[in-house]
Write a protein that binds this ligand. Structure first.
Ligand code: PGA
Length: 248
């Protein structure tokens, strides 16, 4: 049995006060939650979030990292720095990074590699644009994104990778993939992993992301190959995030 994982992606939303309120709000509601819960907070608030969650059920993650170990890369943050803050998780290849900051499959694969080399667990995001879905290219696109990482780090590395399928047309739009659409693509992603190693494919968590909310979470997470969610908007309120956590 794969465990259910619910990860919040706060994106570029936080203050010290909000971090305190949201983290404490989630912590206070976790006693009846069985899922593994992660909050991916902006870099400046990682230390604060880690300090608030020591020895708790709430895990903290970052949202990005640089492909280099260290050096002259002004404004960038390394895997080693994230690990040094006692942060275990990092989102890699989110569609906003791919579309707004030019992250190619190659860059995403390099980021996954450096995350793993530094003992971090990547939340590796894949997903197609609306035009790609409409052209019938969902599997071609998602397959290419997954294979680029397998080719770089090898299938064994997927023992320490969480995959997130996020159809770009569903992110922040209020339009969710139907459970059938999501399940179909999740099964496809698992089959791509299984082409390389069936045991690893069966044990790799594949989360769904894209307008998941307290109303649709249970049905989505109930699908055979959907192992939880990566939540943007609905992770910014403790109540709605916790309701999704309880759906798992
Ligand atoms: P959303 O974002 O839940 O607001 O659609 C999901 C994500 O971008 O990870």
């Amino acid at each position: 049995m794969r465990e259910v994982i619910v990860a919040g992606n706060w994106k570029m939303n936080a203050t010290k006060e909000m971090t305190n309120t949201l983290v404490m709000g989630v912590l206070n509601g976790l006693s009846d939650v069985n899922a593994k819960v992660i909050a991916c907070v902006p870099f400046p608030y990682l230390s604060q979030a880690v300090a608030l969650t020591t020895h708790s059920q709430l895990n903290i993650g970052a949202q990005n990292l640089n492909t280099n170990e260290s050096g002259a890369f002004t404004g960038e943050v390394s895997a080693e720095m994230i690990k040094d803050l006692d942060v275990q998780y990092v989102i890699v290849g989110h569609s906003e990074r791919r579309s707004l900051y030019g992250e190619t499959d190659k860059i995403v694969a390099e980021k996954i590699e450096i995350a793993i080399n530094n003992g971090l667990t990547p939340l590796f995001c894949v997903g197609e644009l609306l035009s790609e879905r409409e052209e019938g290219n969902t599997e071609a696109v998602v397959g290419r994104q997954v294979r680029a990482v397998i080719d770089r780090v090898g299938i064994e590395a997927f023992r320490d990778i969480i995959v997130a399928y996020e159809p770009v047309w569903a992110i922040g739009t209020g339009v969710t993939a139907t459970p059938e659409q999501a399940q179909e693509t999740h099964a496809f992603i698992r089959s791509v992993l299984a082409d390389n190693d069936n045991d690893i494919a069966q044990s790799t968590p594949i989360l769904y992301g894209g307008s998941m909310n307290p109303i649709n979470a249970e049905e989505l997470i109930g699908c055979k190959d959907i192992d939880g969610g990566l939540i943007g908007g609905a992770s910014l309120k403790a109540d709605s995030f916790l309701q999704i956590c309880r759906a798992g």
